[in-house]
Design a protein around this ligand. Structure first.
Ligand SMILES: [Zn+2]
Length: 147
């Protein structure tokens, strides 16, 4: 799943559960649940970066930072928790560096995690897979500005 839905999920968790002891593990856990929802990716397993990847990442990152900033402005008392959980919700995808440095897969722990993380993905190259991500992002924004 893209950066933005994960970041918004982390942010909304912080608005509902502003205690980092609970919010950070919830944000990390939310990542794996969202990965199981059918979603569009510009590159599918084994995730060779393509031209679209280099366009999507900066746009996705900028959008996620802008929207998390917007949520944090609405919740100034917990803004640091919002930023932390928005980041935490994306931590599980740090294994994407394997695409740039495949030798990392020689480490058995990284390889086991990479294989498991890939096995739970419900990805599609169909742009219909953007609908789930847009809808979920909208739900997160709605909850963030309602709570
Ligand atoms: Zn993931």
């Amino acid at each position: 799943m893209l950066i933005t839905p994960h970041a918004l999920t982390g942010a909304v968790i912080a608005t509902l559960v502003p205690n980092i002891t609970f919010a950070v593990p919830l944000a990390i856990s939310s990542h794996f649940i969202l990965d199981m929802v059918p979603h569009w990716q510009e590159t599918l397993y084994p995730y060779k970066p393509n031209k679209l990847t280099w366009i999507r990442i900066p746009l996705d990152l900028t959008l996620s930072i802008g929207l998390v900033w917007w949520i944090s402005q609405a919740h100034p008392n917990v803004s640091s928790v919002i930023w932390l959980t928005a980041f935490a919700a994306n931590i599980p995808d740090l294994d994407s560096f394997v695409s740039f440095s495949p030798t990392l897969l020689q480490n058995k722990i990284i390889k086991s995690y990479w294989d498991w993380h890939n096995s739970i993905q419900k990805e599609t190259s169909s742009l219909l897979g953007l609908v789930s991500q847009l809808l979920w992002s909208w739900v997160c924004l709605y909850i963030s500005f309602s709570s």
